[in-house]
Design a protein around this ligand. Sequence first.
Ligand code: FCB
Length: 464
Amino acid sequence: MSESTDAAATVAFPNGFVWGVATASYQIEGAVAEHGRAPSVWDTFAHTPGKISDGATGDVACDHYHRYAEDVGLLADLGVSHYRFSLAWPRLQPSGRGPLNQAGVDFYLRLLDALQEKGVRPWVTLYHWDLPQALEDEGGWPARDTAYRFADYAVAVYERLHDRIGDWTTLNEPWCSAYLGYGNGQHAPGVRDERAALHAAHHLLLGHGLAVRGMRAAVPDSDNRIGITLNLWPVTPVTQEPADVEAARRVDGINNRAFLDPVLKGGYPADVLADVAHITDTAHVKPGDEETIAAPIDLLGVNYYSPSYVRAGAKKVGGASPWIGCDDVESVPQGFPRTDMGWEVEPDGLHRLLVRLRQDYRPLPIYVTENGMALRDTVDADGRVEDPDRIAYIDAHLRACRQAIDEGVDLRGYFVWTLTDNFEWSFGFSKRFGLVHLDAETQVRTPKSSASWYAQVARTGQLP
Ligand code: FCB
């Protein structure tokens, strides 16, 4: 067989492999002032001039709150087994404390009914960055109390919806909430304070652990599965020079191990605490916290987009590195193709990352809960959106997944980011990640060629 035939050979996934797409509440729902929803930090941030590159807000977003039935229809057309979406804390518990807002619960019940009718199973994220503004006003994630507020919210929602939803994750990418939200200020609430970012990271993880414990205690003997989604990178030094190797150790430590180790190994890595000792002491880590954070979980969600290659560099003054304590480390482009985000594309990075998780951490079912690419998609004269580069991206990353499975990784599912183009945080509507094109003015949804390709993959469980 020639090499090209080899590369094109059919790649099949195990029976029962989860095929999904993922979204997040603030990026799609809109209806920000309806039925009792209160502002979140993202409403405040998006309405602050200069924070969102195209001046957009999530006020309407994809109007999913009103058009959820159409969107569930799109999911059914995709043939996905699962739909990963997040619940909006400010819709369910507008002030961040107290009883649930029934109108908010009703919205998600309508969505769950629509999914059930189409045979698509829900996969829920309790927190995808939309902290109630009321809690930010009381100190936000750098304040310890927010962890307890999150756990209370999680338990209240779980008590209400545990019989409708089997798969739960507490947080999406606490790295972003902490380091972009409070470190370099690129995300809401826009704070630039490395110490606050590290405290926020700890309180997010504490909130996760408290929530896992609380949810299990509230509904004992449930078959439901509870986990967390982390955004992770394979970090590679560009040379074997000791300074570059050391730079890679630090970046891997603060970005990956600072989250993985407390959740899966029972405590923070000593080298990482030492690396950031000039930023904060550990007085905010109370006795018992690490045990709480390590509450057993049933699955790990991994979001992967791009690899990380680094070298030791010069200290940047006033730099805005989200790598806390690493603003002397440089990211080194490798000349891989780039997405419209500017992110380098290296599918093997996902393979290396998954294998590393198997080698360095205890066995645990893993799901790729986000992977996808931004492109400048346009609707052509015939009303079609051709996005062969997105098909190639997803195809190559799925091959990397299959390779990881072959090497013993317990990978059980894959979710494309995302269903429709949506409000891409500080980039507004300028970045298109969807399998379905969105005209944000008219709200017209047009499936791209990647949608029919992915539908074939999801239906057959193999790459064509
Ligand atoms: C991830 C986020 C998701 C989306 C993608 C592109 O970091 O979880 O909401 O913005 O990036």
